[in-house]
Design a protein around this ligand. Structure first.
Ligand code: GDP
Length: 296
């Protein structure tokens, strides 16, 4: 569907080859193709611009100009720079505290937050044999709390009993108490989403974070939202101390550019990728795979 970056650059350098030695301007021409490739892969514009600037400096410093296959060389530089930026480090959840460790999930409505909450709970309770409690703080969307309870039954993870009329902060407090009294290792808090970022949502999240003091605050972002993802990340990241990102819908035809944007804007690791609607469709994040996908 898309022309790969190698093909694109091959074209650029083929055109230039007949003219003898490549110049810095030629490298810059190649980097314009890199920028187009990144944008087509849904990397946010400011992130693509910044990335290309850095990669250009590297390419110029690295004698690409004299290389026999400058196209391949540029692809390699770009590929390596992408992986470095996507970061392979610390993708595990850091829950090594006196129980209960608290994981707070935040994100826009429809991003896959509730599903991801259940997926992570399933992973922790199954593979890691932790005793997990989930609680939904979403009192805005009708049936959000019931949705989490249903998912809890499916993944065999306990959910906090629902008390009609309770507000998010009260629910968080009750969840903390229950988790402590009943000896849960991990408490997962699924916060309310909104259609757009708004101040009421942010204030609510901050109040909950103050009470629950989470070890992990994970921003859930739909990989298909591409260019928008960066604004979402910026807003959340400005207001709550995120510890990581989960990218959902990586099973779709997203080119993965949102991953680069997320990492660049939040500075936090991408901890998981959601790869389907099923509750075991959650994978550790693999920077090499995503870099390959971005470059096509
Ligand atoms: P929330 O509003 O953010 O809590 O979103 P939900 O968890 O209710 O998810 C919205 C829809 O996206 C549901 O139909 C989920 O099954 C679906 N979904 C969530 N994660 C993924 C994913 O990684 N891949 C796919 N294909 N669908 C997903």
């Amino acid at each position: 569907m898309f022309e790969s970056l190698s093909d694109r650059l091959g074209g650029v350098f083929d055109r230039l080859r007949g003219r003898g030695a490549l110049t810095e301007a030629d490298v810059r021409a190649a980097m314009r193709e890199v920028r187009v490739a990144l944008l087509e892969a849904d990397v946010a514009l400011p992130v693509a611009r910044d990335f290309v600037e850095k990669a250009t400096e590297q390419a110029i410093g690295q004698n690409v100009l004299r290389s026999v296959t400058p196209g391949q060389q540029v692809v390699k530089i770009v590929h390596d720079a992408l992986i470095a930026m996507l970061g392979a480090d610390e993708s595990d959840l850091l829950l090594d505290v006196a129980p209960p460790a608290v994981v707070m999930m935040v994100g826009l409505q429809g991003s896959g937050k509730t599903t991801t909450t259940a997926k992570i709970a399933k992973r922790l309770s199954g593979r890691e044999r932790k005793k997990v409690l989930m609680a939904s703080l979403d009192v805005n969307r009708p049936n959000a709390q019931e949705q989490l309870a249903t998912l809890g039954t499916q993944v065999e993870v306990a959910t906090l009993p629902i008390i009609a009329g309770q507000q998010p902060v009260e629910i968080a407090r009750r969840a903390m108490q229950a988790a402590k009294l009943q000896g849960f290792d991990v408490l997962m808090l699924d916060t309310a989403g909104r259609l757009h970022v708004d101040q009421a949502l942010m204030d609510e999240m901050k109040a909950v974070a103050d009470i629950a003091r989470p070890q992990e605050i994970l921003l859930v972002v739909d990989a298909l939202t591409g260019q928008d993802a960066v604004n979402v990340a910026q807003n959340f990241s400005d207001q709550v101390p995120l510890t990581g990102v989960v990218l959902t819908r990586m099973d779709g035809d997203a080119r993965g550019g949102a991953a680069l944007s997320m990492r660049a804007v939040t500075g936090k690791p991408i901890k998981f990728a959601g790869t389907g609607e099923k509750l075991d469709a959650l994978e550790a994040f693999h920077p090499e795979r995503v870099a390959g996908r971005i470059l096509g």
